[in-house]
Design a protein. Structure first.
Length: 583
């Protein structure tokens, strides 16, 4: 709930504190403290501040704001809303502006708002509906709940969650549920909803990228992937598995009666007033269905190249190559190494009103401005290669193909690059030079690849040392010698000792480690002559290419990450064995 958006709204803000005191919702001292805090808050509204300080409830603030503006206050319930009236406004408009049309009588629309001072919004509603509008004030939380109750709503509010990780009320459901109709009924009951909400809420709060809900022998285990590692979140009784899975399927519009086949879907939730997309996948196991939810939280991901951990020399080379007029540029690495994020940041940096930038993806992870994004549909025959061929008739300047999976896609992407388009895509290879071998193995001719390929960027993600518990330590002398024999000189070694901020792991957040292969005439000749990838790699290093290991140890030297993290993503068996023996 927000207070009126400006002090100019008559005496709205001036009266708010007095009304709260008069009604006994706030003490005089509490008001003075809030006003003092407001002066230091750089323009934060009084109503917001009181709710944030827990000095008043959202309902109390909303009630007094309504009184100060002379409009009714409503505690919203479903019975107050005519669902046909809600259809007078586009769903997107309702969600973006946080309003709820309740009912219309004799040309007058009653509209629930959380901002009674926003006269421009009311005028816009009148234009859209061709009705006169009278407003009632409701809390933002109540309006969001009403939005989720609309027919075919795929947006779920998860602010109102259970207070502790043990799930309290969940014990109300004790018996295993086998009948499908019963599962659907139980999945709609409040305890299960609150449990699923808590699972999602805690994962988003902890910055998890994935949620694993898996049946164990005696319980349902929930684990969150944070900074690339899985951590146990909570365990709940095994009898809840079907109800929890069905609740998630209902949210993702999946078939709750189908338990034998894998299913995939998407869920849109709202948390703290912002939308978060979830990709949901279910897979049958011997003990029941396992569910994995990918969390796509744009707030936790930067789509700016400078924020992705590139070393200056690699960043300069990358920025130069992404602005050439044509050719194909590849980003390689294993699943979960941040390839898509890098490509989104690249497209974000080169998109403009003058360029027609198009993508073919499966799935579309983030929506970007000024970019035309297309979702492939393999079930109806719209594959990467077919979508790419069709896209070439859409007059593109820049094309991003989510992944080169087969020979047909690879050939089409290279033909596009050779006919004047700038093409970006991803591959799954261990290093940059291996991408050339992979494409040749797919059946691409050497002369086409040598002519079309501009660069290959290989990348991995490593965990960063927690800044709260970062400290200098002295590794064993034999470890130092082993690092020196690899050709790296590290003056000071850092590690995290473990604290509450990093869940006692010593790490917090991740950063990219990169290897950039830029093809010049000499390397193109090697590609055309089918030279081994080791020869290409040696030539590229001789000409100045920074390898993954080299870039990683630069980040060790800078105190960003640890030796163990770099060896985990870029060390070979010999390196790891030598360091293990030294330690």
């Amino acid at each position: 709930m927000t207070a009126p958006s400006s002090n100019a709204a008559g005496t709205g803000l001036a009266k708010l504190g007095d009304l709260l005191v008069q009604r006994g919702y706030l003490s005089e001292d509490g008001l003075k403290n809030a006003l003092t805090a407001q002066k230091k808050s750089q323009g934060k509204l009084l109503g917001e501040l009181l709710i944030e300080l827990a000095a008043c409830s959202e309902d109390q603030v909303a009630e007094c704001i309504a009184d100060s503006y002379g409009v009714p206050y409503a505690k919203l319930e479903l019975r107050y809303c005519d669902q046909k009236t809600a259809e007078l406004l586009p769903r997107e408009f309702i969600e973006n502006n946080l309003v709820m049309p309740l009912f219309a009588v004799r040309g007058m629309l009653t509209l629930a708002v959380s901002e009674p001072s926003n006269l421009f919004l009311i005028e816009e509603v009148e234009k859209l509906t061709k009705l006169r509008v009278q407003t009632v004030v409701a809390t933002a939380k109540d309006i969001r709940r009403m939005i989720t109750a609309l027919p075919n709503s795929k947006c779920f509010v998860i602010d109102d969650i259970i207070e502790d990780s043990q799930g309290g009320d969940v014990t109300l459901i004790e018996d295993a549920v086998e009948d499908i109709s019963d599962i659907e009924e139980v999945a709609g009951q409040s305890p299960v909803i609150r449990l699923v909400n808590f699972i999602i809420y805690s994962a988003v709060k902890d910055g998890a990228s994935d949620i694993h809900i898996e049946p164990a022998e005696k319980c349902v285990r929930v684990r969150n992937r944070i900074d690339g590692r899985l951590y146990k979140s909570l365990e709940v009784p095994l009898t809840l598995l079907n109800a929890v899975t069905s609740r998630i399927k209902i949210m993702a519009s999946l078939d709750i009666s189908e338990r034998r086949l894998p299913q995939d879907g998407r869920i849109h939730v709202m948390l703290d007033g912002r939308k978060i997309d979830l990709r949901c996948s279910t897979f049958p196991m011997n003990r029941g269905e396992k569910t994995v939810i990918r969390v796509l939280d744009t707030r936790s991901v930067s789509l700016v190249l400078e924020d992705l951990g590139f070393s200056e020399d690699i960043l300069n080379g990358l920025q130069k190559m992404i602005r050439v007029p044509n050719g194909i540029n590849l980003v390689t690495g294993p699943t979960g190494s941040g390839k898509s994020t890098t490509l989104y940041a690249v497209l974000n940096s080169i998109s403009s009103m003058e360029n027609n930038v198009c993508t073919v993806e499966d799935p579309i992870e983030y929506n970007l401005p000024l970019i035309n994004q297309f979702q492939i549909q393999e079930r109806v025959g719209l594959t990467f290669s077919k979508a790419l061929r069709t896209l070439l008739r859409q007059d593109p300047d820049v094309i991003m193909v989510g992944e080169v999976r087969d020979e047909e896609t690879a050939r089409t992407a290279i033909q596009a690059a050779l006919t004047g388009h700038l093409v970006f895509s991803t591959l799954h290879t261990n290093d940059a030079c291996a991408a050339i071998t992979r494409l040749l193995n797919m059946g691409v001719e050497t002369y086409l690849l040598g002519a079309a390929l501009n660069m290959v960027l290989a990348q991995r993600l490593v965990r960063k040392i927690c800044p709260k518990c970062k400290s200098v330590y002295e590794p064993p002398r034999t470890t130092r010698k082993a690092i020196e024999r690899m050709g790296f000189d590290v003056k000071e070694y850092f590690r995290g000792v473990g604290c509450k901020n990093c869940r006692n792991t010593g790490y917090s957040g991740r950063i990219g480690v990169h290897e950039l292969l830029v093809l010049d005439d000499e390397i193109r000749d090697l590609v055309v002559s089918s030279a081994p990838s080791t020869t290409i790699s040696q030539t590229a290093v001789r000409k100045g290419m920074i390898t993954l290991k080299h870039d990683g140890f630069r980040k060790v030297r800078e105190g960003i990450t640890t030796i163990e993290e770099i060896l985990h993503i870029a060390g070979d068996v010999r390196d790891t064995a030598e360091l293990t023996a030294a330690t």
